[in-house]
Design a protein around this ligand. Structure first.
Ligand code: NAD
Length: 363
């Protein structure tokens, strides 16, 4: 099979975990823990090949990708020591709104070291590298920067997988542009394989299916990685909250009033590093209107949790390129993203992905 040439914007924890998984599964034929299948649409994890990477932190820019992924402030667990030595040097990108000012208040956590290098011309670099897809892994709240990369993809003829809660795939304007250029678009805001969103959605569906009325719910999340530190700036998390709340509301036949549902990032606890803790509480009424309460606690290593999901999204996007299908890929977006343009239940989304893989539906 041909290689899937990808570029990565943001060489943080998610990129590190994703590429460790790619490396691990390249060397273990058939293994598919945390993936849909080892082989998907004819592609295996080992077919994924990184050809370009962008960042703005001095500890990463100008370094080999392998070095950058290990550099501070990345703190995800190392479960595969041996990431391939892709011949990729991390390029300096335009900073735009990629860094929140409040990061400076945490100097002891070495969260950001600005680089004085000249930013590269991203679209040109994408073209030169032969990238077919760009994976967007910028910090939450990078609204301008995310749109800048989407524009660069259109200019360079590269498909986009948007892992962050900036609405691109779910905005008609972008969907149309990618369709016109024949480039696949998957988004927005990646789900964990067994993350808070998937679990909360499954439980909301269970309430519905069992005739239980859900009256109130919350989902509190905290962790110790840069993503959680960044999200202490409440101005940056509006779309994240919208994305996470919408994902759960979409499972309910009548959405809860906004005062009865609270979902979002809740705090930063440095010593947790890349560990994320999630508490879900659901209050409802069962037979006879008698109240019940469900409490769930999930503890998970945050960044590897979305790695397998990304491997599946990349392979579906490459299959779309092979078939000449541009624009939104509705099925894999619904399966892998919190805010897809078209929401389905988790079960329906999985069925749609298999229909897409078998060529029964176009997208
Ligand atoms: N961990 C998960 O399971 C999960 C789930 C859903 C969404 N996400 C989202 O994925 C994104 C990445 O998460 P992460 O944990 O890797 O974050 P991170 O903070 O570890 O990494 C972000 C990287 O982007 C770089 N960056 C900032 N501005 C940039 C720019 N203009 N151009 C290029 N690079 C830039 C930073 O220097 C950093 O290296 C976040 O938005 C996060 O919310 C993660």
């Amino acid at each position: 099979m041909e290689k899937i040439n990808i570029a990565i914007a943001g060489t943080g924890n998610c990129a590190s975990a994703f590429l460790q998984g790619v490396a691990k599964y390249s060397r273990s034929p058939g293994e598919a823990i945390g993936l849909m299948n080892h082989e998907l649409g004819g592609y295996r994890p080992g077919d994924i090949n990184v050809v370009a990477a962008f960042d703005i932190d001095e500890r990463k820019v100008g370094k080999s990708l392998r070095e950058a992924l290990r550099a501070e402030p990345n703190c995800t667990s190392v479960f595969c020591e041996d990431i391939p030595d892709y011949p990729v040097t991390v390029k300096m990108a335009p900073v735009m709104d990629g860094v929140s000012g409040h990061m400076n208040e945490y100097p002891e956590h070495k969260t950001f070291v600005p680089s004085n290098r000249e930013p590269c011309y991203v679209a040109e670099e994408l073209k030169k590298s032969g990238a077919q897809l760009l994976l967007l892994y910028l910090p939450v709240g990078s609204e301008q920067a995310a749109r800048f990369y989407a524009g660069a993809c259109l200019e360079a003829g590269v498909g986009l997988i948007n892992a962050i809660p900036v609405f691109i795939a779910s905005e008609e304007k972008w969907a149309r542009k990618f369709q016109e250029e024949g480039l696949p678009l998957v988004g927005d805001d990646i789900k964990g394989q067994m993350g808070a969103t998937v679990i909360h959605r499954a439980l909301a569906r269970l309430f519905e299916d069992r005739g239980i009325v859900l009256d109130r719910t919350y989902q509190l999340n905290f962790g110790g990685n840069t993503d959680f530190l960044n999200m202490l700036n409440l101005e940056r998390v509006t779309t994240k909250k919208e994305s996470k709340t919408g994902a759960v509301q979409s499972e309910l036949s009548s959405p809860l009033p906004s005062g009865n549902i609270h979902i979002g990032p809740s705090d930063y606890i440095p010593w947790l590093n890349d560990k994320k803790v999630c508490h879900i509480t659901m209050e409802g009424r069962g037979y006879g209107g008698v109240p019940l309460t469900l409490e769930v606690k999930l503890t998970v290593e945050d960044s590897p949790n979305s790695g397998g999901v990304m491997i599946d999204a990349v392979r579906c996007a490459r299959l779309a390129l092979d078939r000449g299908t541009g624009g939104i890929l509705t099925s894999i977006s619904a399966y892998t993203m919190k805010s897809p343009p078209q929401q389905y239940t988790e079960t329906e989304a999985l069925e749609k992905v298999y229909q897409f893989l078998n060529g029964k539906i176009e997208r």
